[in-house]
Design a protein around this ligand. Structure first.
Ligand code: HEM
Length: 392
C-alpha cells in the first residue's frame, strides 16, 4: 500500500477515524515514501505498537526531530538542546530543571490565575449569542498559564497572549498584517528581551532558574522557553475547545458532570483521549529492531499515531463515545516513556477547572455552524467551532 500519511488533507474530516480504525484492525505498519516529508517513514497505529515505539527500552531517538518533516540528512537544529528533542544526560538535566515549574506542586499557586481565566471565559460566552470557541476561548487559558510559568510580568501578558493566539491559529484581528510565523518570531524576540532582563534582575521564574543553572547558553534558554510555549499552547487549546465539542456531541454530559463532580478527574482523562491533540510523535531507530512484527532498519523513522491508538477499539470499547467514567483509561494522549508530557499535571488542572465550572453554569452547548478541523498532520484540532450556550 502506498499512501503519504504526511498529507495534511487526510486530517481535515472525520473520515480519518475510519482510516485509523481500518489500520488498527489490520494491524497495519505503513511505509510512506519521501513526499511532503523529505525522508520516508514507517507509521504504526495500534495502542500496542505505539506503546512499543515509545517504551523506555526501545532503541529510538528524538534527536533528529519528533514530528513528520524529519530529514535524515539534516538533524533538527534544536536536536540535543531542546528538551523534547534531546536524550540521555542532557534530557535528564533539562527535565530536572524545568519539571518543578510544571509540576502538580505549582497547581495551588496557579489556582487564582485559572479561576480568573475561567471566569473570563464564562463572561465572554454569556455576553455573546454565538462564540467560535476555537478562536476566542480555546487559546486563552493555556496561554495565560504558560505566561505564568515562564514568568512574563502581568502588564506584558495580554499582548503576549494575543501574539500566542495569532501564532498558533487564533488569527487575532489586531495582528492582521502579521503571519502566524512572524507572530512566533515576535514572541521569540520578546523572550530574548525577557532573558536579558532576568540576567540583570533574577526572579523566581523558569527563565531565571534556567539562567542560574549555568549550563545553558542564552540560546538554550530561548529554545526551551519555546518548547514550553509550544507544548503548552498548541495542544491544550484544542483540548479546551474539544470540551465544548464533547458537550455539543453528547448532550447528557453536562448534566452528568453537574450531578456528580467526582467524575471530573476521569472526564479530564477522557477529554485528553477523545481529543488527542498531539496526533503523532516521531522517532528514529538507533539500531535495527522489530516493532509489531515489522523490521525497522537503523536510521529509519517511525511515526507513532497517538490519535489512532487512542481510538483503538481493542483497548477502548466504543472508542468514539465520550464516556466521562471510562475506567481503565490507559490513553496515550500525553505520550509515554521518557518524553511523557512534562506539562501533563498543568494541563490536567486547567482542564479540571473548566470541566468543574462549566457544567455548574451551562445547561447545554449547541452548534452555531459546522465544526472545521485544522489542516495538520501534527495537531488534531479545531479551526472553528461556533457554539451557543444555554445557561442554568
Ligand atoms: C511533551 C501532549 C500540555 C509541555 C509532550 C508529548 C505529548 C504531549 C504527546 C510527548 C512528545 C514526545 O514524545 O515526543 C500534550 C497534550 C497536552 C499537553 C495532549 C494538553 C492536553 C502541555 C503543557 C505544557 C507541556 C500545558 C507546558 C506548559 C510539554 C513539554 C514536553 C511535552 C515541555 C517535553 C517533555 C520531554 O521531552 O521530556 N506533550 N501536552 N505540555 N509537553 Fe505536553
Amino acid at each position: 500500500m502506498t499512501i503519504d500519511l504526511a498529507n495534511p488533507d487526510l486530517y481535515t474530516t472525520e473520515a480519518r477515524f475510519e482510516m485509523w480504525r481500518e489500520y488498527v484492525a489490520a494491524d497495519a505498519k505503513i511505509w510512506s515514501e519521501p513526499g511532503l516529508s523529505p525522508s520516508g517513514f514507517w507509521s504504526v497505529f495500534s495502542h500496542r505498537d505505539v506503546s512499543a515505539v515509545l517504551s523506555p527500552k526501545a532503541p529510538f531517538t528524538s534527536e533528529y526531530g519528533m514530528m513528520i518533516g524529519f530529514d535524515a540528512e539534516h538533524r533538527d537544529s534544536s536536536g540535543g538542546r531542546m528538551l523534547v528533542v534531546s536524550e540521555g544526560g542532557w534530557h535528564a538535566a533539562l527535565k530536572k530543571l524545568i519539571g518543578p515549574f510544571l509540576s502538580r506542586l505549582r497547581a495551588p499557586e496557579l489556582e487564582s490565575v485559572l479561576r480568573r481565566e475561567v471566569d473570563e471565559i464564562i463572561e465572554r460566552l454569556r455576553s455573546a449569542d454565538s462564540t467560535d470557541v476555537a478562536l476566542e476561548i480555546g487559546p486563552r487559558l493555556p496561554a495565560s498559564i504558560v505566561c505564568e510559568v515562564i514568568g512574563v510580568p502581568i502588564g506584558e501578558r495580554e499582548q503576549l497572549i494575543e501574539l500566542t493566539n495569532h501564532a498558533f491559529g487564533g488569527e487575532e484581528s489586531s495582528f492582521d498584517k502579521m503571519t502566524p510565523a512572524e507572530a512566533h518570531t515576535e514572541i521569540l524576540f520578546y523572550f530574548h528581551e525577557l532573558i536579558e532582563r532576568r540576567q540583570r534582575e533574577p526572579g523566581t521564574d523558569l527563565v531565571s532558574a534556567m539562567l542560574a543553572d549555568g549550563q545553558l547558553s542564552t540560546e538554550d534558554v530561548l529554545i526551551n522557553c519555546d518548547n514550553v510555549l509550544i507544548g503548552g499552547n498548541e495542544t491544550t487549546r484544542h483540548a479546551v475547545t474539544g470540551a465544548f465539542h464533547a458537550f455539543q456531541s453528547f448532550p447528557g454530559l453536562l448534566d452528568a458532570l453537574h450531578a456528580d463532580p467526582e467524575l471530573t478527574d476521569r472526564a479530564v482523562e477522557e477529554l485528553v483521549r477523545w481529543t488527542s491533540p498531539a496526533a503523532h510523535v516521531l522517532r528514529v531507530a538507533t539500531e535495527d529492531c522489530v516493532i509489531g512484527g515489522q523490521p525497522i532498519r537503523k536510521g529509519q523513522a517511525v511515526v507513532a499515531w497517538l490519535s489512532a491508538a487512542n481510538r483503538d477499539e481493542g483497548v477502548f470499547p466504543d472508542p468514539h463515545t465520550f464516556r466521562p467514567d471510562r475506567t481503565p483509561n490507559r490513553h496515550l494522549g500525553f505520550g509515554t516513556g521518557p518524553h511523557h508530557c512534562l506539562g501533563a499535571a498543568l494541563a490536567r488542572v486547567e482542564l479540571r477547572e473548566l470541566l468543574r465550572r462549566l457544567p455548574a453554569e451551562a445547561r447545554a452547548v449547541g452548534p452555531r455552524g459546522p465544526v472545521s478541523w485544522l489542516r495538520s498532520n501534527l495537531v488534531q484540532g479545531y479551526r472553528s467551532l461556533p457554539v451557543a450556550v444555554e445557561w442554568r
